[in-house]
Design a protein around this ligand. Sequence first.
Ligand code: NOJ
Ligand code: MG
Length: 564
Amino acid sequence: MARDREHALNTDAIQQEQPAGPATGWWTEAVIYQIYPRSFADSDGDGMGDLPGITARLGHLVELGIDAVWLSPFYPSPQADAGYDVADYRDVDPLFGKLSDADRLIGEAHGRGLRVIVDLVPNHTSCAHRWFTEALAAAPGSPERARYIFRDGLGPDGDQPPNDWQSVFGGPAWTRVTEPDGRPGQWYLHLFDTGQPDLNWDNPQVRAEFLDVLRFWLDRGVDGFRVDVAHGLIKQADLANWEEPQEILSGQEVAKPRPPMWDQDGVHEIYREWRRLLEKYPGERVLVAEAWVEPAERLARYVRPDEMHQAFNFEYLLAAWTAPAQYAVITRSLEATDAVGAPTTWVLSNHDVVRHASRLGLTADGGRHNGIGVGDPQPDAALGLRRARAASLLMLALPGCAYLYQGEELGLPEHTTLPDEARQDPTWQRSGHTQRGRDGCRVPIPWEADAPSYGFGPTDASWLPQPSSWAEYALDRQRGVPGSTYEMYRTALRLRREHGLGRGPLEWLSTGDQVLAFRNRGLIVMTNFGAAPVPAPDGEVLHSSAPLDGDGRIPTDVTVWLRP
Ligand code: NOJ
Ligand code: MG
């Protein structure tokens, strides 16, 4: 292992000597829209969104003006973690359709000028994957078990887990199996749910299998992969104990020891191999890291010129809604990715966090908030939406690539009063009902105010109940309505494209405690975070997240785009 590590470090040194010219390509300035297939559109009325539903709604995405979609997993799965527990990487779950529906979706999206990114889940399989079934049927020490991380337990009876690691969803990260002879046996590692056994990435079979899975989808024409838990594939070889709780990024710049399960140097070699494979395909296919890694310089290592193309910028998502915090995270992100020649990505919402229209109405302090439910302090909906609109207009004016999460273009809030009995995220159970988890941001989205399930599907079935207050957010109540959140996004995406805002560069004009302002390609963008209105700079207002006041000043929590 010592030699392996040395090897990894040496390779790193060589890579860093490469000149980092700025990357070019569609993805450097794209707006990418995340589709959560369960909750986007249901074609058959079973209450579960599906691939034909998505295909039928592609017109909406073209009208909105995005460049690409990223689809969360639709592969066969017991759905222990909403499809992030994959039983077969080369097929479609009957819940969502057939493989031919995926082909049709990719083809029709391409026909409309949209690129398609699919989700790849390499850190773990489902416990229903053939490999795991084979591992359970085989003996300790067998090649079948060596595809996963099986260990004997501690204590005289082996009834203590091999180390003290906790699952991200709560509870221990190890589960004991029953051996084929019926006796209690070894333990397997699962950093997430028990239904998600971690793969052993030191095993060449695992590496070969995923290269093949990449080829399978590349051959079907996908434009890239969002790589789930990209920071987790390699574990520190000694599986050393880690007393700290499993926490997502702190968002604070504090030096902390690196946990033995995250961001190990060995992961980078895997992505270099994948990049080499992608380069063999025509067109510009991309790899996007989901890596909860800080600080920004550590994250930037995932997007060095011969690794992934992008990494989600979660420090940005978690940043407080204040001028100094936003200034700090934006500059830090740009510096870190500039240093390796990669574009920065920006993201405010996804299927794992409280939607920003609610998050920003709860507190301006930043952080993740693992769900909101009945009995919890409720966000201020109007304040949340006002800030969310300002935040989105600020984000869409930044150079780099922006990710949108389905429904944010409608100003959709979190479902913050979802009955606990309806919750399906394993977090709620595994945390002993202390963390409500992510269901509130996963509720099927509203299309038509007066239709059953708000037009999500042809019936009123919906796998998570929709709040009775969502008619006002439905697309048909916002389309063509000046000032609606939907029209605000549409205009922003059009202007962003016309002015090439994704290309930058950004030049700061004002970085005070109350106001941020910058120039990007001839436009001035200004956000007022302060309590009092501020005068707008001279120029023509092209766009704003809310009207200016009667004296032409920018009110609190408003972003404007001006042409000087
Ligand atoms: C990150 C995914 O976004 C999340 O939904 C999932 O639970 C974990 N990875 C585990 O796959
Ligand atoms: Mg359906």
